[in-house]
Ligand binder design. Structure first.
Ligand SMILES: Nc1nc2c(ncn2[C@@H]2O[C@H](COP(=O)(O)OP(=O)(O)O)[C@@H](O)[C@H]2O)c(=O)[nH]1
Ligand SMILES: [Mg+2]
Ligand SMILES: [Zn+2]
Length: 484
């Protein structure tokens, strides 16, 4: 991020700013002064009468960016001021974000807020300008906190450990794949698709099967042994009869989880059951919240849909993404019911590794490897993976699907110039070619425009500032001396 931030300044203030600019403000200042000796004396002398507006803006930008960039890391040391705290974004609604603050520092012990204070926050304009997106699940630095009104401003974001795209949630520790044994019926291929999609994120996966009371013991046992051979130990549960909820709660404790699965399997019902005592909050607490968020779904139950009598499938009822606190500790995000994971992040090379049973075969035969490093495990000579595993036909089918998609992408890419294709390290360390985002739809604002709006912002901030500090500004003084 720092290189991006600095490059804006460098681009705009070319005459003054040298090529190697350090993040450190003092380093920057001395380099800046050195550079000003060599460039454009005339300009400097003219500006030294009245400090250059651009110079001031640039200097302020450096001040801003030295405190803003890069994204914070968890090892960064902070001394938080009384109006600052670190927290986790629990939900986003329009321009507001709810942040649950983990640590709060106050002036006196009586003011100490301890853990679990929720703040209604806006995102600092500058973060938007430098395109630093804040996601639900992000760990953030909140400033300008008004502890009475419980408001604040998100000043910076910590580096993400993981990022799930659908729903967009950062720092997910755990994926809970939920299916029902009946209503809708459990189907192997659909389950495989969801599991493959989940495995492709490389986030730990737990499989749970709901509505266990609707099937007999035999069905349950046969699923159990089948899934074990796939490499899963499913948790059988029922929201209806409260079976298995303890072990789910235990599995999800103190983590940020996302629940996925087709609609109608009971995801929202399960979440409601797991947070039935609402983490110590009660509806009455809502009165404390500012009016602007009183319509929030935070404390309300997730909407539970009906299973359509005709199709046997659930209706799509879940829309908002927010992290809901679980009564046993941790957070969970519900997902809108969708029946077809896209598998967009899966490649022909990574697909096999999304099957735990294949991973097991490969790791059991180590240090031997398949003869070809790009083996697709389809019985090529020297392949360690035979076709005697149960989901082999599903692997075949999904491989075809992924291949068709990749070929289509390649064909489309083939008609484009080299510059339209970019290579990135995909999941599981596999290099992937992908088109640069369609330029027309996703055209970025021109650098000039970004710079301008960025400068306008700085200007606004500068205008609010007391300008008396200019009198003994070392940079201005150094430049004045030079011109005498
Ligand atoms: N029989 C039975 N029905 C359940 C159970 N859990 C949820 N349901 C019902 O399944 C339907 C769909 O539930 P919902 O939570 O909306 O599913 P979602 O689409 O996955 O969020 C609702 O009618 C629930 O009452 C269960 O354990 N047993
Ligand atoms: Mg739902
Ligand atoms: Zn192989």
């Amino acid at each position: 991020m720092s290189s991006f931030s600095i490059s804006i300044i460098r681009h705009h203030y070319n005459p003054f700013i040298p090529n190697t600019v350090h993040r450190c403000a003092s380093g920057f200042r001395s380099l800046w002064i050195a550079a000003s000796r060599n460039h454009n004396r005339e300009n400097v002398s003219r500006k030294s009468q009245q400090p250059s507006k651009h110079l001031l803006k640039a200097r302020d930008a450096v001040k801003h960016f030295s405190s803003l960039s890069p994204s914070l890391t968890s090892t960064d040391k902070f001394s938080l001021s009384p109006d600052q705290a670190i927290g986790k974004v629990a939900s986003a609604q329009a321009n507001f974000m709810r942040v649950v603050v983990e640590s709060a520092k106050s002036l006196s012990p009586e003011e100490e807020k301890g853990n679990g204070v929720e703040l209604l926050c806006v995102v600092r304009n500058l973060l938007k300008k430098i395109k630093r997106r804040v996601l639900v699940g992000d760990k953030v630095l909140v400033g300008s906190i008004d502890w009475i009104d419980r408001r604040g401003m998100i000043e910076n974001v910590f580096e993400r450990k993981t990022e799930v795209l659908d729903p967009p949630v950062a720092n997910v520790d755990h994926l809970l794949v939920l299916f029902s044994l009946d209503q809708p019926k459990l189907e192997e291929f659909s389950l495989t698709r969801f599991l493959v999609e989940a495995e492709s994120t490389q986030i730990p996966v737990t499989l749970a099967l709901n509505k266990v009371e609707l099937v007999d013991k035999e069905t349950q046992v046969s699923w159990k042994s089948k899934l074990r051979s796939w490499g899963y130990e499913p948790i059988f549960c029922s929201v209806e009869t409260k079976t298995g909820l303890d072990s789910l709660q235990f599995n999800l404790r103190d983590q940020t989880s996302v629940i996925v699965g087709p609609s109608g399997v009971g995801k929202s019902s399960l979440i409601n059951a797991l947070r039935s005592n609402h983490f110590g909050f009660h509806a009455a607490d809502m009165n404390d919240w500012p009016n602007s968020i009183s319509g929030s779904k935070w404390l309300e139950d997730q909407r539970v849909g009906e299973v359509s009598a005709r199709s046997g499938r659930g209706k799509h009822t879940t829309r908002h993404v927010s992290l809901l606190p679980l009564s046993g500790g941790g957070y969970i995000a519900d997902t809108p019911g969708f029946n077809q994971p896209s598998l967009l992040k899966v490649t022909t090379q990574s697909l096999a590794l999304c099957f735990p049973e294949v991973r097991k075969i490969l790791s059991a035969s180590e240090p031997s490897r398949c003869a070809f490093s790009n083996c697709l495990h389809l019985g090529e000579p020297g392949c360690l993976v035979k076709d005697d595993w149960e989901r082999h036909p599903y692997y075949f089918q999904l491989l075809d699907e992924v291949k068709i998609r990749e070929e289509f992408q390649l064909r489309t890419l083939g008609t484009k110039r080299e510059g339209d294709v970019r290579y990135k390290m995909g999941d599981m360390g596999i290099k992937q070619a992908e088109p640069r985002l369609e330029m027309k739809k996703h055209r970025r604002q021109s650098r000039k425009k970004v710079n301008q709006s960025f400068l306008d912002d700085l200007e606004e901030e500068l205008e609010d500032d007391d300008e008396s500090f200019l009198e003994d500004d070392p940079i201005i003084r150094a430049m004045e001396n030079e011109n005498q």
